[in-house]
Design a binder for this molecule. Structure first.
Ligand code: MD6
Ligand code: FE
Length: 202
């Protein structure tokens, strides 16, 4: 991959590590259930469900838009702690001197879930990379450039793949076009889970 700051680690987690991570996520989701965010202003529901772990979680609704907050929007409880294994992944892939504060958990399941072209720009610390881990069904990921109209390329993200977005690529546009149903046996209920680890505060 020749985009500076965009690193693609194919097969980063082996099957056993993926299964252990899924067990860990089940415990998180018991305490912090998936919810369906809404677009700012229009209130249109996302096709993806979300939850978070760590001191901060990313939420979005019609009234208050995109933001990080320290409690779950439905239970109003603090988010479950960041799993230690994800702190190790962060250290290994980024070597960054500050810890990630949010593990955003995206669930792609049901009728044609996708995520439109966007930039991750709600964080204050834009020097910190974003680390993404894919679990379950393969995703067709779209990688763009600094402007929405820049050329894009399509990349398949398989279960166990990790991607880091840092440096010049930190604010590049990207999205998920579609999920290839039944391409993985990892998740009993099917679908795909994506984790993104983020440092939010400076
Ligand atoms: C996803 N990923 O893979 C969506 N954001 O489901 C993202 O939006 C993303 O993969 C920032 C950095 C890496 C990512
Ligand atoms: Fe993103």
């Amino acid at each position: 991959m020749n985009i500076h700051g965009f690193d693609f680690h194919t097969g980063y987690l082996d099957r056993k590590a993926q299964e252990e991570l899924v067990d860990c996520l089940r415990q998180i989701v018991q305490k912090a259930p998936f919810f369906r965010p809404q677009m700012p202003r229009t209130g249109k529901p996302f096709s993806v469900e979300m939850t978070s772990a760590g001191p901060l979680g990313w939420v979005c609704d019609k009234r208050n838009g995109y933001r990080y907050q320290n409690f779950h929007p439905a239970t109003e409880n603090p988010w479950p702690p960041m799993p230690g294994v994800l702190l190790s992944v962060w250290q290994d892939l980024t070597g960054y001197d500050k810890l990630p504060e949010c593990c955003l958990i995206n669930l792609y399941r049901g009728e044609k879930p996708k995520m439109g072209l966007h930039r991750d720009q709600d964080e204050h610390d834009l020097d910190a990379p974003v680390v993404s881990i894919s679990l379950g069904d393969t995703a067709v990921f779209r990688m763009g450039g600094k402007n929405r109209s820049d050329p894009t390329r399509s990349i398949k993200l398989n279960s166990g793949d990790a991607v880091t977005f840092g440096g010049d690529a930190r604010l590049n546009y990207h999205g998920i076009d579609r999920i290839i149903t039944n391409s993985s046996t990892l998740l009993r209920e099917g679908g795909r889970i994506n984790l993104t680890l983020r440092r939010v505060n400076l």
